[in-house]
Design a protein around this ligand. Structure first.
Ligand code: CA
Length: 223
């Protein structure tokens, strides 16, 4: 899952980037409203964490522009304490959830998980395909109850395909959602990572749909 973090407070940004990376997300950071708007309009994020008090263009205006431009990504806004009018303006502009500063990182991560889950139409937090399970709260995955040892990229890949099971996911989509903007995005590397993942979860759980991409499928007898 790829997240845009728009926050101008340096310490908070650093802290959140680390926590998000630890939780298995790829994070792009925008320190002001102008860059936030640009990145949000041009990169396919799974969710955005948007501070409303941003330099250059304020958060509410950024959000209004995105929504006007038809950008439907879920947005969690960060507001200053007791600024209830800011919160209302944020929701009116199209925010999906909010957190008031200061907040615990754990709460931000929990709200983000809930937001991603709701967006993908999942009611429970554990993702499952047959006996393959992934728990985003613990950032762990298992097959038949046996924990899998995954690298962070393999974990992100598995998380993404499980989140979108039931449809074919193209290599381009995977590249866009698994790497941050600075990564050398060669979509051929995805095939390598799919191959490694297959070795760990079993060869038949990720199906290659020729010319289109990949799809996660339960094993025969597991559905
Ligand atoms: Ca701020």
């Amino acid at each position: 899952m790829r997240i845009l973090l728009a926050e101008d407070d340096k310490d908070l940004s650093r802290q959140l980037k680390l926590a998000l990376a630890d939780a298995g997300y790829v994070v792009d950071h925008a320190p002001d409203g102008e860059e936030a708007h640009y990145l949000g309009a041009n990169e396919p994020y799974d969710a955005v964490i948007l501070d409303l008090g941003l330099p250059k263009i304020d958060g509410v205006s950024v959000l209004e522009r995105w929504r006007r431009e038809g950008m439907a990504v879920p947005v969690l806004i960060l507001t200053a304490r007791s600024a209830w009018s800011e919160k209302v303006a944020g929701f009116d502009a199209g925010a999906d959830d909010y957190l008031t500063k200061p907040f615990h990182t754990e709460e931000l991560l929990a709200r983000l998980r809930a937001l991603l889950r709701r967006t993908a139409g999942h009611a429970t937090s554990t993702l499952q395909s047959g006996s393959l399970r992934l728990d985003p709260r613990a950032a762990r995955a298992s097959v038949d109850g046996e924990p899998l040892r995954l690298t962070s990229l393999e974990y992100r890949l598995l998380h993404y395909v499980l989140m979108h099971q039931g449809r074919v996911i193209s290599r381009t989509e995977l590249v866009e959602h698994l790497y941050d903007q600075d990564f050398d995005r060669d979509s051929n590397t995805i095939e390598v990572f799919i191959g490694r993942l297959r070795k760990k979860i079993g060869p038949d759980r990720i199906e290659t749909v020729r010319g289109l991409g990949y799809r996660i499928v339960p094993l025969a007898g597991e559905a």
